[in-house]
Design a binder for this molecule. Structure first.
Ligand code: 6V0
Length: 331
């Protein structure tokens, strides 16, 4: 248990609940990828969809409802009115402008803060006991915005953060080593974006510490090789956006994995965007990704993993970048 530090609001899970309702706000590429992975994995009993574009919303709802004979059986509903979200255990926010080719995530912040001022209070009004899972970009800044606007405790406002970056990282290593990505453990922390930090010191493959293994086997590698691999992680989203215009499937699966840990109280560890104040020498109330244990109550604890001096310095730099963005927000 001492591996983890608590954050305000964390605690034991409540009595087991029998039915679960999930809301997805924004039925664009990402929202629908989330909806469909959640439905096919039978993660909720009721799914509510919300968007401002009424026809598209209704079309997406009907299209999913028509798959009833092939799905496990969740009730699917949709409306532009947030009443439809009432009693949600989990609200996933994917609404908002997305990156264009070459545009950084941070450039989206102003547009999406304006949308959040409308969305977040309505979600909390109809589901005061909900957990918020923020996906819209820039996800770290918007998770902070959602925390401020919602009045919810920090353990119930989570950003998908580097859960996806870490999957890209594990996939690249797995592909290189010809092993299954689920046997590669490694985290990207910090910003979901350009200043993210790869925690090379704790990467392991099948339980074997990766860098120590390379040294032991006298396999040559240079810092440049590691830097290049991390760059491929950072550039991953830009590459997909350049090729197909948006990203959707990987974020959909990443979100479903978080939903499973949350609603099924799985207590798995995911790198997600949390309030990082007090961790690794970070003094500001800034949101960025750290590996966290996730269960029914949201964030149960943040893994206090030992970092090298360099990793710690990089993480603090990422925190400074995000603090500067947060300071400029009009909330
Ligand atoms: P999209 O396909 O343009 O969909 C956005 C949806 O939001 C549209 O259906 C809009 O109608 C809807 N919308 C806009 N304003 C509102 C509002 N006020 N209330 C409700 N709905 C609204 O974008 P896409 O789905 O591709 O991306 C959505 C967001 O996810 C963007 O900000 C992306 O940058 C972000 N992503 C975050 C990722 C992550 O890892 N955190 C990964 C991929 C994309």
């Amino acid at each position: 248990k001492q591996l983890f530090q608590t954050i305000p609001g964390s605690g034991p899970p409540p009595a087991v609940k029998r039915t679960y309702k999930v809301t997805v706000v924004g039925v664009g590429n990402v929202g629908m990828a989330c909806a469909q992975t959640i439905l096919t994995q039978d993660l909720c009993d009721e799914l509510a969809l919300v968007d401002v574009v009424e026809e598209k919303l209704k079309g997406e709802m009907l299209d999913l409802q028509h798959a009833a004979a092939f799905l496990p059986g969740s009730k699917i509903m949709a409306d532009t009115d947030y009443k439809v979200t009432e009693g949600s255990d989990l609200c996933i926010v994917t609404a908002g402008a997305r990156q264009r080719e070459g545009e950084s995530r941070l450039a989206l912040v102003e547009k999406n803060v304006t949308l959040f001022k409308n969305i977040i209070p309505q979600l909390v009004k109809y589901s005061p006991d909900t957990t918020l899972l923020i996906i819209s970009n820039p996800v770290d800044a918007l998770t902070y915005v959602a925390y401020k606007l919602s009045g919810l405790p920090p353990n119930r406002v989570i950003g998908s953060g580097t859960n996806l970056d870490s999957s890209r990282f594990r996939w690249l290593l797995a592909d290189h080593l010809h092993v299954n990505a689920q046997n590669v453990h490694g985290y990207i922390v910090g910003e979901h974006g350009d200043s993210s930090v790869p925690l090379w010191s704790s990467v392991s493959v099948g339980g074997v510490p990766f860098l120590a293994f390379l040294k032991h086997k006298q396999i040559e590698y240079t810092i440049d090789t590691l830097t290049e691999l991390h760059k491929m992680v950072v550039d991953g989203a830009y590459e997909v956006i350049k090729l197909k215009g948006y990203t959707s499937w990987a974020i959909g699966y990443s979100v479903a994995s978080l939903v499973k840990s949350l609603l099924r109280d799985q207590r798995r560890i995911h790198p997600v965007s949390v309030c990082a104040q007090g961790f690794h020498g970070i003094e500001d109330e800034v949101y960025l990704s750290l590996p966290a244990e996730i269960g029914r109550t949201g964030i149960i604890g943040v893994l206090d993993n030992p970092l090298t001096d360099d990793e710690r310095a990089q993480l603090q730099k990422s925190a400074k970048t995000l603090t500067e963005v947060q300071k400029q927000l009009d909330i």
